[in-house]
Design a protein around this ligand. Structure first.
Ligand code: SAM
Length: 176
């Protein structure tokens, strides 16, 4: 299964940290790429440094037209739009084919009507307002049944050795 994330409608500056966390959750929970609009270019550098330190090749791409990304993915990916107005995850989960590839869309402020209309699934992680970070984490976990945490991130400079108490980190030689 391939999973990508589309982050739309960031409120300038105010949402920088949230958008960075959406990208970090995407990477850590098994997505391979995030598309985002109107953002602080520092977010790309932050994720590049995270890849260098902790491994993997998670991609960040800045885009202008979210709907164009959605349409270009429609043929090969199922589109999930996360919204508190959608069908409750507990009802819809059994209807989702976990072998398909997914583009998951998260918003910031009001999401255009056409996103709701073009999505294959409008999914609510509970029908109460909360956060795109939490909604994304829950859906990524449900789609992969926790298996994302078995993934090894390739060529890390640092690798955590899980520890009952304290911090245990293996430092590898710098990759080229
Ligand atoms: C601050 S919320 C905006 C809420 C907004 N009223 C809306 O259109 O849903 C930002 C994003 O968080 C996600 N989100 C918030 N609550 C959610 C929920 N209960 N289920 C799924 N996604 C949610 C959605 O992707 C939403 O676009």
């Amino acid at each position: 299964m391939k999973i990508e994330v589309l982050r739309i409608g960031q409120r300038l500056v105010r949402d920088d940290r949230v958008t960075t966390h959406v990208a970090l959750v995407s990477r850590a929970f098994g997505a391979s790429k995030i598309y985002m609009t109107e953002v602080n270019p520092d977010i790309k550098d932050t994720l590049k440094k995270i890849n260098e330190t902790w491994g993997g090749d998670f991609e960040v791409e800045f885009i202008e037209k979210p709907n164009a990304v959605l349409k270009s993915k429609k043929q090969d990916f199922k589109i999930i739009h996360l919204t508190m107005y959608g069908e409750n995850i507990n009802q819809i989960e059994s209807k989702i084919n976990k072998n398909d590839d997914y583009l998951i869309i998260v918003g910031a402020e009001k999401v255009p009507r056409e996103i709701y209309e073009n999505a294959d699934y409008n999914i609510a992680v509970g029908n109460q307002p909360h956060s795109e970070i939490s909604a994304l984490a829950v859906v990524l976990d449900r789609l992969q049944d926790g298996n994302q945490f078995k993934n090894k991130f390739k060529n890390p400079n640092r690798e955590i050795v899980p520890s009952k108490n304290g911090k245990n980190v293996t430092v590898h030689k710098k990759r080229a």
